[in-house]
Design a protein. Structure first.
Lengths: 89, 591
């Protein structure tokens, strides 16, 4: 099971704060985006480009490591955070 | 007033600054050479150079001789989005080091239209005054009726006296009382951090009123207009969506999740009640609108209605007056923010000083049993006392964290969360270690804006929990770009609109000035500006021991994140590498 937490603009675009992918866990980050693109088309159109996030957004694995490469392997039961890459405040 | 004919200044510039001695009321234009303008651009860069040339690094920042410098830029008044900005540069009464604040909107445009690229103010007015600059003519008027007035009331009274042709920069009661982290405000925005308000107050100046008709020329109007249109179009896109649609307060929940949200004086890195004060929660209880500075297409200002008051809420206000002091009441956080704005005090330093004091109370170092983490009434009371300086605790809080720690002794400095006296912003450095480096070495003190090194930490380029000497390159890259943004001047929120920042802004500068300026030249300019800031600090007494973080960050981990460990040795090694890359000695001296 992969849990996805959306923050900021990704949350606005997807319309949800949290999603879960239970069937057939995606192996990679790119596969996860492809699955989410089907379920959240506005998120896909505004935040994704092909099999990766647009440069203005970034993913984080389990609250620890920031990742970009769509070939990044997803650990079992990973939590993927999706947020703005610009942390300016 | 002695005038100065400007012979063919470069596009975007008047080629002169206005130096005003408010003791005598005398003012004169002084020429700015094209070489100097090209080397320092405007804003923070030009201000630093002018401050250095005034030769005042060793002066008391609140003395009459200490200058306060308002600096415009070649882009001010152009059609380029976010260009209506000005810098305020001075020696800080809080840090005793260089301070450059930025603020926005009409004062930048109308200040420049008085016919100068910068306004240098020295002296001390004989009576409490409004400094009026009317198309280059300077006079002082009595400000007696404004004494003690809060900022919004002062602005309203000034508009009543002077009319809507004028724009104003104003201090509140905190600036009048010389609180060393008081601000200068214009149209609801603040030149904050570092105490510019106190410096203006020390000159017996309550407000500056500017009006002017003198415009500069642009080198290539047609292409500049086209470039501006293109930049505006891009500024409406995804690069700025976060700021436009949510504002900086969008950081709160994700920082909380990542455990980089400083809580209770940096004892913790997450705040269980964060959802209570998130913008989503605020918007359900308070009417919410957006606004923007003059000449800005991003519109990052998110304003909440609190009774009959409108409160701009930014992430730093939210963090400093919420989690940092343990307060989870959204209404109280809005109220605290509104009070800071009205009184004219920097919210980060205010929250930082109060949070430090709250921990001192916990440790029995300070006798103020009512001042507890999480107590909203206590927060609001502390803010009022700090600005008014009428109570012993108020006077202590108004010292700022570092000075209060020195006064209290007993190793209080270990948890006085500041660098060079400037309180830390809302980013947990033990979990964002490239930023930890940037905060430690920054010439202004702990300033996320001048560093911007959190960009590296929020990327796949680095391990945010493991500082390495290679982190220094990343910290330098973001610091250099920040220096350029603050000198050109363009808003930092525009930065991700650019694909190749130096190349694209060099082109904009060519269109404005006519200079054959290149990306490489801008890279050198950025370094020169950082170097000049360091030079000022060395003259002002900087030592290598200042470039570090408080002991708390080495000897403790956040209570809720035992893995967020910052190594003193690793930070020291990264600082050495930073200094080497800057061309300085390993310790940071200019050689």
């Amino acid at each position: 099971m992969i849990t996805i937490e959306f923050y900021g603009i990704p949350r606005l675009r997807s319309g949800v704060a949290r999603a879960v992918v239970m069937d057939e866990q995606p192996r990679t980050l790119g596969e996860l985006w492809q699955r989410l693109a089907i379920q959240y088309p506005r998120f896909a159109s505004d935040c994704l480009i092909e099999d990766r996030l647009q440069s203005h957004y970034i993913a984080n694995l389990n609250g620890e490591r920031f990742v970009e490469d769509p070939h990044t392997l997803l650990p079992m039961d990973a939590c993927v955070l999706v947020l703005s890459a610009d942390a300016g405040g | 007033m002695k005038s100065l004919a400007t012979s063919h200044p470069p596009g975007g510039y008047h080629g002169r600054y206005l130096r005003i001695d408010v003791t005598s009321g005398q003012a004169e234009y002084r020429q700015l050479s094209e070489k100097l303008l090209r080397e320092f651009l405007g804003g923070s860069g030009l201000g630093t150079k002018l401050l250095l040339d005034e030769g005042t690094a060793t002066l008391d920042p609140l003395s009459p001789a200490a200058p306060l410098i308002f600096v415009f830029s070649p882009l001010v008044g152009s059609p380029l989005t976010t260009s209506a900005k000005f810098a305020v540069v001075h020696k800080s009464p809080l840090t005793q080091r260089i301070n450059d604040s930025l603020a926005s909107s009409g004062f930048a445009i109308h200040g420049k239209q008085t016919g100068c690229d910068a306004i240098v103010i020295v002296g001390r007015a004989v009576q409490w005054s409004v400094l009026v600059i009317d198309d280059g003519k300077v006079r002082l008027e009595s400000a007696d009726e404004f004494r003690g007035q809060e900022i919004p009331d002062t602005e309203a009274m000034l508009r009543s006296r002077f009319g809507r042709d004028y724009n104003f920069a104003v201090i509140g009661p905190a600036g009048e009382n010389l609180v060393p982290f008081s601000t200068i405000s214009h149209a609801g925005r603040h030149a904050g951090r570092g105490g510019a308000g106190a410096v203006l107050g020390s000159k017996n100046i309550k407000a500056i009123a500017v009006r002017g008709t003198q415009r500069v020329k642009w080198h290539n109007v047609e292409k500049l207009t086209a470039a501006a249109k293109d930049l505006s179009t891009r500024s409406f896109g995804p690069a700025t969506a976060k700021y436009r649609e949510l504002g900086t307060a969008a950081n709160l929940l994700v920082f909380n999740r990542l455990k980089v949200l400083p809580t209770r004086n940096f004892q913790r890195a997450s705040f269980a009640e964060a959802p209570n004060i998130a913008p989503e929660a605020m918007a359900t209880a308070h009417a919410h609108t957006r606004s923007s500075c003059v000449a800005c297409t991003i519109g990052c200002e998110h304003i909440y209605q609190l009774g009959d008051k409108s409160v701009r809420m930014e992430y730093e206000n939210l963090f400093a007056l919420g989690p940092l002091v343990g307060v989870s009441d959204a209404q109280a956080v809005l109220k605290a923010s509104q009070r800071c704005d009205a009184l004219g005090i920097d919210t980060i330093s205010t929250g930082g000083a109060i949070a430090f004091a709250m921990e001192c109370v916990e440790r029995d170092l300070l006798s103020a049993a009512w001042l507890k983490f999480g107590d909203a009434d206590a927060l609001l009371r502390a803010i009022e006392e700090l600005a008014a300086l009428k109570t012993p605790l108020g006077r202590q809080l108004a010292l700022g964290t570092r000075a209060l720690a020195h006064e209290l002794g007993n190793d209080a400095l270990a948890f006085a969360v500041q660098v060079k006296g400037l309180e830390l912003p809302g980013y947990e450095p033990r979990a964002l270690q490239t930023l930890a480096l940037g905060l430690a070495v920054g010439t202004r003190g702990a300033d996320h804006n001048r560093s911007s090194a959190y960009e590296a930490d929020f990327s796949a380029a680095t391990n945010r929990r493991a500082l390495t000497p290679e982190s220094a390159e990343l910290a330098i890259a973001s610091e250099d770009r920040a220096a350029l943004l603050d000198s050109l001047i363009l808003c930092k929120f525009l930065r991700r609109v650019f694909t190749d920042f130096n190349t694209e802004t060099a082109e904009l500068m060519r269109l404005v000035t006519g200079w054959d300026i290149t990306a490489q030249e801008l890279a050198i300019t950025a370094r020169r500006i950082i170097h000049a800031k360091k030079q000022f600090n060395i003259l002002a007494g900087w030592t290598p021991a200042e470039d570090t973080l408080p002991e708390r960050f080495f000897s403790e981990t956040p209570h809720d994140d035992a893995t967020a460990q910052l190594s003193r040795t690793q930070l020291a090694a990264a600082i050495v590498r930073y200094n080497q890359l800057r061309g300085w000695s390993d310790e940071g001296w200019i050689v």
